[in-house]
Design a protein around this ligand. Structure first.
Ligand SMILES: Nc1ncnc2c1ncn2[C@@H]1O[C@H](COP(=O)(O)OP(=O)(O)OP(=O)(O)O)[C@@H](O)[C@H]1O
Ligand SMILES: [Mg+2]
Length: 361
């Protein structure tokens, strides 16, 4: 707590991926959205490759470009995403020890659980539950290299990061409304290069993972199989997707399906892993899809059919996410983007939600 009390500031959301930069600033009065500004800049030059910042200068230039496009964002304060692939979210258990000793005990426990050396990550944690004989913690660890380079980039253009968070945590904030907050839900974020899987157990994002297969793989497969340029393949993907009435459309469908089947196999693995390992013994009954590629026509229905087929579960509900779920009283016609069109902005909406009325310490 500062001498003059906590100060409320407005921070905008900044979602950086290998393929794009998205910015958003939201203003809410209670749960009503009173204003929203968005912009999306594709990263065409080699700025970020395999989640590594290749050029801080180019990244800074592209962030400035996004802010210039979103003319109304004037704030210097920013809530920024960290890529899934540069972070680890783990549930760990410690014996009952005094609160002051937890910080020092975490590295020993976490070390066995993450694939990079412990001195190369920054950690953040909070207590999930106190059980009779142990303490359950949610720990996030993020690569120091990436974070240091990101902060240097933001500072070089006079932006002040007030919070950095793993993209999946922001995605969950945007999608988990009051109804989903009581369930165990799997969010599947199908982007351009990356599909992320986020298990949200009673409102808490507990497990996250990702695979490098997503919408761009659909486009490449269509282009390859049909011998057409990627631009044309992209159009066919958006207009027809998995719906097929003609022979040409059937070619699009058969190019996309093997890739989507890989994503579905991973959905099954993630669900199995959670249900076998979770201490709570909760069962996933809802899958929420988001990311730009969740708009591929027929994709949700196909996932629903495949996932329920022979799963032994009677009714795993698969649906499209609503990134405006927190804005419960906002009527759809007052939203700046229809829920379907907002799917690609889910993460940045979650970051901007944290930045709206951000309270400094
Ligand atoms: N209407 C649409 N129909 C089908 N696919 C679409 C549509 N609009 C966008 N996409 C696809 O969504 C993808 C971009 O999604 P998104 O904006 O969520 O990705 P990203 O967050 O920038 O990247 P990533 O999460 O992979 O790092 C692209 O592959 C694009 O082709
Ligand atoms: Mg994304």
């Amino acid at each position: 707590m500062s001498l003059f009390g906590n100060k409320k500031i407005k921070a905008f959301g900044l979602d950086i991926s290998d393929s794009s930069i998205k910015v958003a600033e939201l203003s809410l009065h209670k749960n009503h959205l009173t204003s929203a500004v968005f912009a999306d800049v594709p990263l065409l030059d080699k700025t970020i490759t395999n989640h590594m910042i290749v050029s801080e200068q180019r990244l800074a230039g592209n962030i400035m470009k996004a802010l210039t496009t979103a003319k109304n964002i004037k704030s210097k304060f920013v809530v920024c995403s960290i890529p899934e692939a540069k972070s680890f979210v783990r549930v760990i258990h410690l014996p009952k020890i005094p609160l002051a000793e937890i910080e020092a005990a975490i590295p020993y426990e976490l070390e066995q659980d993450i694939p990079i050396p412990i001195d190369q990550v920054y950690m953040d944690w909070f207590i999930l539950r106190e059980l009779p004989e142990k303490i359950e913690l949610l720990v996030t660890a993020s690569s120091k290299d990436y974070i240091d380079s990101l902060i240097a980039t933001l500072k070089s253009i006079k932006l002040r990061p007030v919070a950095l968070e793993i993209g999946s945590q922001a995605t969950a904030r945007a999608l988990i409304g009051p109804e989903e907050a009581t369930k165990s839900v799997l969010i599947v974020d199908i982007g351009a290069q990356q599909t992320s899987f986020i298990i949200v157990d009673k409102g808490l994002p507990l497990y996250t993972s990702s695979i490098p297969i997503a919408g761009n793989s659909f486009t490449e497969s269509i282009a390859r199989n049909m011998g057409i340029p990627k631009g044309e393949a992209e159009k066919l993907k958006s207009s027809h997707g998995l719906t097929s009435q003609t022979e040409g459309e059937e070619l699009v469908r058969s190019a996309v399906l093997p890739i989507l089947d890989n994503i579905i196999d991973e959905i099954k693995n993630v669900i199995r892993f959670f249900e076998d390992h979770s201490e709570t013994k909760n069962v996933i009954d809802t899958i929420i899809c988001c990311g730009g590629s969740a708009q591929v026509p027929g994709l949700i229905d196909y996932i629903s059919t495949r996932i329920n087929l022979g799963s032994g579960k009677t009714n795993l509900r698969v649906g499209q996410g609503n990134p405006w779920s927190k804005m419960i009283s906002a009527q759809n016609h007052h939203l700046p983007l229809a829920p379907e069109k907002a799917l690609g902005y889910t993460t940045v909406i979650g970051l901007a939600l944290r930045g709206n009325d951000y309270e400094t310490e």
